[in-house]
Design a protein around this ligand. Structure first.
Ligand code: FAD
Ligand code: SF4
Length: 352
């Protein structure tokens, strides 16, 4: 590991100033960053430890019902907050389907949003990787790429975004609050992440010194609390990243779908909002036909980036199933095995 400075700012302004130096990185719980440093993948010359900053570890409800989650809230604390999980159950389910209990107890909200891809070539310093070293090439193209992207990829990078949490946040229209050298700004999460194009090293809108201070779930997302779920298919039933996942949220009027929210994970370089599929669901009766049609639309532009054509069919099935789960209604309690494809769905919903 390279030598680096460690600084522990006491205010957001100090943190931003310390991180504006070239080569600096914010440190949350370190569950991702420290691994990358030990492997020689990340080589910051300064770590700006934000975990002691005041006022960033709260979950606050505004009078309009929107919820503001501080960047230092731990993943487990958010998922197990009774009020939060009742209002945004798909977000809690997504969080609890990620990593392990120990990791969730440590990992911060800000760190989860900023975690790096799990492309095996990215984490192997002996491989070429445009994300690590712009212009070097991409060993995943033509290599072992069964877990790579089928939507949004480019000839320069085919990696997927690994977060579960961010998929549910994307479905529900979360806003990212940012503090930086130029002051504060807010960005919808759908615009926060960048597609790889020719610059896969640039993953988000954040500039040097900018840090995430909070994530907000807007009040209009509350309309979906009664019908929202997250579903994740992976190689193991727990402690594995998604091969394909989806968050779905529905509202109903007179037995038909009045509004739909849908986002996909494990299939694209960023959490993928499926707006055309959402529009197609509005006004439809819930059931197999409408859900299968929405799944086709969600994957209409999908193309294999290697040996991963299976993800297109898998992803469609995940979408159809998560929509059926959401239509059946949010369970009274978080499922014992969150986001599991083995959860039963009432026949009445599947077979409508
Ligand atoms: C074995 C293992 C399995 C996992 N499985 C899953 C899984 O199934 N699903 C899933 O979603 N995740 C999974 N994870 C990832 C885990 O969720 C992340 O490691 C964690 O959320 C990162 O949070 P952290 O606070 O430790 O971030 P850190 O490791 O401290 O930081 C991660 C990145 O975020 C930056 N950063 C941190 N805080 C801020 C901030 N406030 N503003 C701007 N930048 C910031 C850091 O500079 C760094 O680049 C897994 C991790 C491991 C190790
Ligand atoms: S897919 Fe992206 S992250 Fe993986 S090796 Fe290629 S450029 Fe690097």
């Amino acid at each position: 590991m390279n030598r680096f400075d460690y600084v522990k700012p006491q205010t957001i302004a100090e943190a931003v100033a310390a991180a504006a130096e070239p080569g600096a990185a914010f440190l949350g719980a370190g569950t991702n960053l420290l691994d990358l440093m030990k492997g020689g993948i990340a080589n910051p010359n300064r770590l700006v430890d934000v975990t002691h900053l005041p006022d960033l570890a709260a979950i606050e409800t505004a009078p309009d019902g929107s919820i503001r989650i501080g960047a230092l809230v731990r993943n487990s604390d958010l998922a197990h907050d009774a009020d939060f999980s009742k209002r945004f159950p798909a977000v809690a389910e997504a969080l609890l389907s990620g990593a392990s209990a120990q990791l969730r107890n440590a990992a911060t909200v800000g760190g989860n949003l900023m975690q790096r891809t799990r492309c095996a070539y990215f984490t192997d310093p002996a491989s070429t990787c445009n994300k690590r070293q712009p212009g070097a090439g991409c060993d995943a193209i033509g290599g072992e790429n069964r877990s790579h992207a089928v939507l949004g990829w480019s000839d320069h990078c085919i990696a997927v975004h690994p977060s579960d949490f961010c998929v549910a946040l994307t479905a529900l229209g979360a806003i990212v609050e940012i503090a930086g050298p130029g002051g504060r700004r807010e960005v919808p999460i759908t615009a926060f992440y960048l597609l790889p194009g020719e610059t896969p090293d640039r993953e988000t809108l954040l500039s040097a010194g900018e840090m995430i201070v909070a994530v907000r779930l807007p009040a209009d997302a509350l309309a979906f609390s009664g019908h929202q779920r997250y579903l994740k298919v992976r190689d193991r039933t727990s402690y594995a990243f998604a091969l394909a996942s989806a968050a779905a949220a529905l509202t109903f009027e007179n037995g038909v779908i009045s509004a739909a929210r849908l986002a996909l994970g494990g299939i694209a370089p960023k959490p993928w909002r499926a707006e055309a599929a959402e529009a197609a669901l509005a006004g439809k009766a819930p059931g197999r036909q409408a859900f299968a049609a929405a799944a086709e639309i969600a994957f209409a532009d999908a193309k294999p980036s290697g040996e991963n054509a299976y993800k297109i069919e898998l992803g469609k099935r995940v979408v159809a199933r998560v929509l059926a789960m959401a239509a059946a209604g949010t369970p009274d309690r978080l499922p014992a095995l969150p986001a599991s494809p083995f959860a039963p769905i009432p026949e009445s919903v599947v077979n409508v």
